[in-house]
Ligand binder design. Structure first.
Ligand SMILES: Nc1ncnc2c1ncn2[C@@H]1O[C@H](COP(=O)(O)OP(=O)(O)O)[C@@H](O)[C@H]1O
Ligand SMILES: N[C@@H](CCC(=O)OP(=O)(O)O)C(=O)O
Length: 370
């Protein structure tokens, strides 16, 4: 059966950590594998990091710039070089590619999300391998994916992919960073991401010298992807042939099992595409109504509002302890909600001076958090 396969490769696998130069044999091996998978009829998408790393090497910089404008400028230098290398290698195998640069805002607005989906679908139908990166040169801090692990998970979710491969410089996830804990235990299968808390897996907060986010962002990506029904695998980038072995069932890397799918594409967009603008705290009755009975949120169950948001923005719905239990699109602004919180729906018109929606978040616009 033909499958949709998203492969993300990190800077630590694409470049030689000591020189910053491109790891050409790794890239060539990956290009061969992806071209074979495409030729066999699969939809293949490559999410590549490396713009900043390659730009630094080109400009003779020895560490990632901290200044945002410099980093964005360096990414512009590196992205072009990176695509040139990919195009040369894929072209020698007669495999057409396309550059797709995304920012988070491209997946926030429903119309842009659908547009991005349609563009990918058209590229895949044309037999192209889209090569995706964050649009580092123009992305602003508040609307960034921030790391390509998250970006790849969102792309996999957008495309309802079967597989997401996160290629990195370790062969799998361990109970702790194997660089600093040589006795760390390998983890081969994660049935549900919450298992990692029980296993007390430590991820540190950063990766290798050139990577962004280390294992933490890969686990966050696995959470997003598996919640969208995408099987996710963390494995080593320097052996791209492992992708084909994994696809035929060899137990390589760490596998995260996909979760059952209650939601449709629109609900996935609410859960993972939108950036929440505020928090609504609920009493226990409202938590039960939403989480257990599948009801809409009414004003009566709201105890507190945090943040400033408008009607139709995304918000987090939290229990009394502040834990997120759901996300949704709200029918009132934060200032309106402050006036009607805790009140019955029949009172709303009198309080606001105009009729409002019966629900604060309708259940069709609400997704429970994992
Ligand atoms: N629990 C863990 N298991 C495996 N690797 C870990 C863990 N915690 C931290 N790491 C580190 O994460 C690094 C990979 O992350 P990163 O450098 O961001 O890679 P990439 O560039 O591929 O995104 C590894 O080199 C490893 O040192
Ligand atoms: N968009 C950035 C990559 C950011 C990133 O997540 O890097 P990595 O941890 O190496 O996957 C770039 O191209 O340099």
């Amino acid at each position: 059966m033909n499958q949709t396969i998203v492969v993300k490769i990190g800077t630590s696998s694409l470049t030689n950590p000591s020189t910053g130069n491109l790891a050409l044999s790794t890239i060539a091996g990956l290009v061969e594998v992806l071209s074979r998978l495409r030729a066999a009829g699969n939809n293949v998408i490559l999410v590549t990091s490396g713009a900043v790393g390659v730009g630094c090497a080109r400009l003779g910089l020895h560490e990632r710039p901290r200044n945002i404008a410099v980093k964005q400028a360096v990414a512009a230098v590196g992205q072009g070089r990176l695509m040139r290398v990919y195009d040369d290698l894929f072209t020698s195998l007669q495999q057409p590619i396309a550059q797709v640069l995304l920012t988070r805002s491209d997946l926030v607005q429903r119309s842009r999300y659908v547009n991005a989906h349609n563009t990918f679908a058209a590229l895949l139908k044309l037999g192209v391998i889209p090569i995706v990166n964050e649009n580092d040169t123009v992305a602003i801090e508040e609307l960034k994916f921030g790391d390509n692990d998250t970006l790849s998970a969102r792309v996999a979710s957008l495309l309802e992919a079967d597989w997401l491969f996160l290629l990195t410089d370790v062969d799998r996830l361990y109970s702790a960073d194997p660089r600093s804990h040589p006795d760390a235990q390998p983890i081969t299968l994660v049935r549900h991401i919450d298992q990692l808390g029980e296993l007390e897996v430590q991820t540190g907060d950063r990766g290798s010298q050139w990577g962004t986010g280390g294992m933490m962002t890969k686990i966050a990506a696995a959470r997003i992807a598996t919640a969208s029904g995408v099987r996710t695998v963390i494995t080593e980038g320097k052996n791209p042939g492992n992708i084909e072995k994994i696809l035929i069932g060899e137990p390589i890397g760490t596998h995260f099992e996909p979760q059952p799918q209650p939601g449709n594409a629109r609900k996935r967009w609410i859960a993972y595409g939108l950036v929440p603008c505020g928090k609504i705290y609920l009493d226990q009755g409202a938590v039960n109504a939403i989480a257990k009975a599948g009801k809409s949120l009414l004003a009566a169950g709201i105890t507190q509002i945090e943040g400033e948001f408008h009607n139709s923005d995304a918000v987090q719905l939290c229990d009394t302890t502040g834990r997120e239990i759901a996300r949704g699109i709200v029918n009132y602004s934060s200032s309106e909600l402050k006036k009607i919180q805790g009140r019955q729906s029949v009172e709303i018109t009198a309080i606001l001076g105009y009729p409002g929606a019966e629900t604060v978040v309708h259940r069709d616009n609400l997704v429970l958090s994992n």
